[in-house]
Ligand binder design. Structure first.
Ligand code: EPU
Length: 420
């Protein structure tokens, strides 16, 4: 529930990156001893992953107050997981690479998660097959088997984040040399390679389009601190601008947010880059801009929906196109309920600036949910009711507390308390 119209003001400290965390947790399975992950975000997706690892026999202790998880994978076995928690997460596909790398075998139910459009995993499969695995689809589960994984040269048809990480996981313990060409370059890929190298792997070139992996026969535990969540940080930057606020977004790597910073500056928002923080100072009126969501270092597709809400606050017509996902626009009909004037044409949303009004809206996926919260924060009269908040909890820890600390009037209501 959001009673908006107040500028966000103050400091927010960003937690560790979700899309790193949910790759680093399965990566720990490749070790023979304890892996400690620091700066872990408190998210429902992280809890689901902890459950998956425990089901496999890992000992997992999650110290929520210290943002730390300790994973001892020494007793893990490759138990088939056709159903259960793997179905709740898209990123459960990382179990394929991790278990294949460690045991040469895995059975994983096809992943769930945010299904804003069909999200194929053909490039992951192509990579596993190139490494020598046989991959079959058995009643909706992917079964992978390799007597021995061997290094290979793999060219990705699309620079997929998931496929790049999954192939790194499997190849880390394969025999010989693997080269991934047209690899994705997102910061989360560097984070995963950093962890794997600290565990004894030999991976070079992560963050560029060519990654070279020299397989090792054994990997060990280590301690690793997760990079800050650039998508969460970008969302709060956008929220600060949308509410004409003044917010210091702390514990970020400003370089990871250059594309957002550039677009906000173009709109006329005041943005100051500090060493580990970014200050966003909103203005009364904004220029319209065109935005193209691309792979990193382009404007992140995960910030495309939040950006749509901000662009409703600009003067004139903005065009926002997504070149990563062609139809990630489930937030648009919901924003239209709030009075937004948006037309979707192909892979673009054409947004005409104007005031929004409070309404009952529904989050259909994580980032669409964030977009609706930002829209609600801009509305001065009435209460915006966002349902489907379980999606938002997948990627934004303590979102209500964080927004309240910045002065927003936001609260949760459950159906039970509302009918009392
Ligand atoms: N693609 C294929 N075949 C594949 C894999 C991907 O055609 O085998 C296509 C996809 O359909 C898409 C494009 O390649 O058009 C990029 O997909 P990618 O594989 O990079 O996405 P992902 O790894 O499944 C991760 C994040 C997403 C984020 C994308 C793009 C995780 C768990 N998810 O997904 O995050 O949107 O990269 O940056 O890391 C989110 O956080 O809200 C979220 C959806």
């Amino acid at each position: 529930m959001i009673s908006g119209g107040r500028p966000l003001q103050g400091t927010i400290t960003i937690s560790g990156a979700k899309n790193s965390a949910i790759a680093l947790i399965p990566a720990a399975l490749l070790a023979e001893s304890e892996v400690v992950l620091d700066n872990l975000p408190l998210l429902s997706d992280v809890a689901v992953y902890a459950e998956i690892l425990e089901n496999l026999g890992a000992s997992v202790s999650w110290h929520e107050l210290e943002n730390q998880m300790r994973i001892d994978p020494s007793s893990v076995r490759s138990i088939p997981m056709p159903n259960g928690p793997v179905k709740k997460l898209r990123a459960s596909y990382y179990m394929m690479g991790a278990l294949l790398g460690r045991f040469g075998e895995a059975t994983i139910g096809l992943p769930g998660g945010c299904n804003f459009e069909p999200r194929p995993i053909d490039q992951h499969i192509k990579g596993f097959e190139a490494l020598g695995a046989t991959v079959t689809n058995e009643h909706g589960s992917i079964h992978l088997y390799a007597k021995e994984l061997r290094g290979a040269k793999i060219y990705l048809d699309v620079a997929s984040v998931g496929a790049t990480i999954n192939i790194m996981l499997a190849a880390a313990r394969a025999k010989g040399h693997t080269i991934i060409e047209n690899a994705a370059k997102e910061p989360e890929i560097i984070d995963v390679a950093t962890l794997l190298n600290a565990m004894g792997a030999s991976i070079k070139g992560a963050g560029t389009e060519t990654i070279r992996i020299e397989g090792v026969s054994e990997m060990h535990g280590c301690r690793h601190s997760i990079i800050p969540d650039r998508i969460q940080a970008g969302t709060y930057m956008i929220a600060a601008a949308a509410t004409r606020g003044d917010v210091l977004i702390d514990n970020v790597i400003p370089k990871h947010l250059e594309a957002v910073t550039a677009k906000l500056l173009e709109m006329g928002v005041h943005v100051d880059e500090l060493d580990e923080g970014i200050r966003v100072l909103g203005k009364a009126s904004y220029n319209h801009v065109d935005v193209k969501a691309l792979t990193y270092p382009g404007f992140a597709t995960d910030l495309q929906s939040p950006m749509t809400s901000l662009l409703t606050q600009a003067q004139g017509v903005s065009v926002l196109s997504d070149f990563v996902y062609s139809s990630r626009f489930k937030h648009v009909p919901e924003l239209a309920r709030m009075g937004a004037k948006i037309k979707v044409e192909g892979r673009s949303a054409i947004i005409e600036g104007g005031e929004l009004n409070a309404a009952k809206v529904k989050a259909m996926d994580l980032r669409a949910g964030a977009a609706l919260v930002i829209a609600g924060l801009t509305v001065g009269e009435g209460v915006t009711e966002v349902s489907g908040v379980e999606f938002i909890d997948r990627g934004y820890d303590h979102i209500v507390d964080n927004l309240r600390n910045l002065g927003a009037n936001v609260w949760r209501e459950t159906l039970e308390t509302r009918t009392l």
